[in-house]
Design a protein around this ligand. Structure first.
Ligand code: SF4
Length: 417
């Protein structure tokens, strides 16, 4: 069979990579090759955009080394039982393509993933070879995110951390049962062991950097952008509470920078065990909001879960408002006296507004007019706060409060008026 052209293979392998959402480049360490006359920087711009079928924007040159895989994960278009057209790059082709795109300023770096060819170690060797070529032959110092294979040897994982800015190991599904059902060749313990290895190597590198001031030796480099993971939402029966519990464990246990939630998009020729429905994008959005509350607003995951119904987040209102409505006894919060933690609990008041509140009230008491300049969601916040010229009398007890804060329902064509 004649070899497909590079362009044809690029079309296939870039398309096959679009289902992975765990490629945001935030968190990379600052690195600039100007000093040693190389090329690339993790500080600059130059981003291409790929679009998933559901409309999400995904940056970086995002490709697979190959879409041929010996595994049979039901949710994956590249599984061995899929009849999709197959293609592969050589490591040198991946390096050359990255440089060509970078020089044209189309991209800021590379996100490289792969189906598993022959064995996990064999595949990782090829992926590492591509990055090695980039780093040594092309002297490329730009951003590289490697999606690693958890079953590979610790030595290869260590090499990946030395070469890449960020590593990701996808947990894929939030529960062991889901993994067993939809990705039978994958093993939760192996995935977590690999994450644990990456975490300890990242911490070793950080310790060595701290020591550097004493010893003046060049500190070892290991995935300065940390590690991340992705969970597919809606392919199995896991509830939002189960997803968030898994996320909390991953953040606490493995020091992850990010957990990405990827609404399951129907794939061509899907497995019969998968749900035939539109991607749950709103659910994905609410999970990101809940994740945000956990990471930046001081909410514990059990608190967020307690504001779910049957383990599912409310799709009509954000998780912070849902929590506030179920915890009305802690409101109203006085914006002129409350500590930062309580201010962050007020619906409609974000971290930037809280910062502004704390700064301004050092000089004077805050009035509604001040708050209106700090948040665009003051109407949502009003029932939950006290200001110098505002006190929400009886609003919190009002039976209709929740209804007044919910967005109006769009009627279906045949609904009774
Ligand atoms: S191992 Fe990865 S590429 Fe292979 S079928 Fe599973 S999810 Fe797809």
């Amino acid at each position: 069979m004649p070899q497909k052209s590079l362009q044809d293979r690029l079309a296939i392998l870039a398309d096959a990579a679009k289902y992975d959402a765990s490629c945001a480049s935030s968190g990379a360490g600052n690195r600039n090759a100007l000093k040693d006359k190389g090329i690339g920087s993790t500080e600059g711009m130059g981003i291409c955009h790929a679009y998933a079928p559901d409309g999400r924007c995904i940056s970086l040159l995002k490709i697979l080394l190959t879409n041929a895989c010996i595994y049979d994960c039901a949710y994956c278009i590249n599984r061995v039982s899929s009849n999709v057209e197959r293609a592969a790059f050589t490591p040198a082709e991946v390096a050359d393509l990255t440089m060509a795109f970078y020089r044209r300023n189309y991209i800021e770096g590379l996100f490289l993933s792969s189906g598993i060819i022959r064995t996990s170690d064999y595949t990782m060797e090829l992926m590492l070879e591509a990055v090695r070529l980039l780093r040594t032959e092309h002297r490329f110092s730009g951003y590289v995110h490697l999606k690693t294979i958890p079953e590979c040897s610790p030595e290869l994982m260590s090499e990946a951390g030395r070469l890449a800015d960020r590593l990701s190991i996808n947990v894929e599904l939030p529960t062991r049962a889901g993994l067993k059902q939809l990705a039978p060749e994958k093993d939760e313990t192996t995935i977590r062991t690999a994450m644990g290895h990456v975490r300890s190597r990242i911490e070793d590198a950080k310790d060595a950097r701290r020591d550097r001031t004493l010893r003046r030796a060049k500190p070892p480099r290991f995935a300065p952008g940390g590690q991340s993971t992705q969970m597919i939402v809606g392919a199995d029966a896991a509830s939002d509470a189960e997803i968030l519990t898994t996320s909390a464990t991953l953040y606490a246990g493995y020091g992850l920078r990010r957990v990405y939630y990827s609404a399951f998009s129907p794939i061509p020729a899907p497995s019969a065990v998968l749900p035939l429905k539109a991607p749950p994008l709103k659910r994905e959005h609410r999970l990101y909001q809940a994740d945000w509350l956990h990471r930046f607003y001081g909410f514990e995951m059990p608190e967020i879960e307690a504001a779910t119904t049957g383990g599912m987040l409310d799709l009509d209102i954000d998780p912070k408002l849902a929590w506030a409505l179920r915890n009305r006894h802690v409101f109203p919060v006085d914006v002129n006296k409350a500590d930062r933690e309580m201010l962050l609990r007020i619906p409609g008041i974000g971290t930037t507004a809280v910062k502004a509140i704390l700064k301004t009230r050092r000089h004077r008491s805050l009035r509604l007019d001040d708050l209106s300049k700090m948040t665009r969601a003051l109407k949502r916040a009003l029932p939950f706060l006290v200001a110098a010229d505002w006190r929400p009398t009886q609003m919190l007890d009002a039976a209709g409060l929740e209804a007044s804060l919910r967005p109006p329902k769009q009627m279906e064509l045949f609904d009774a008026p």
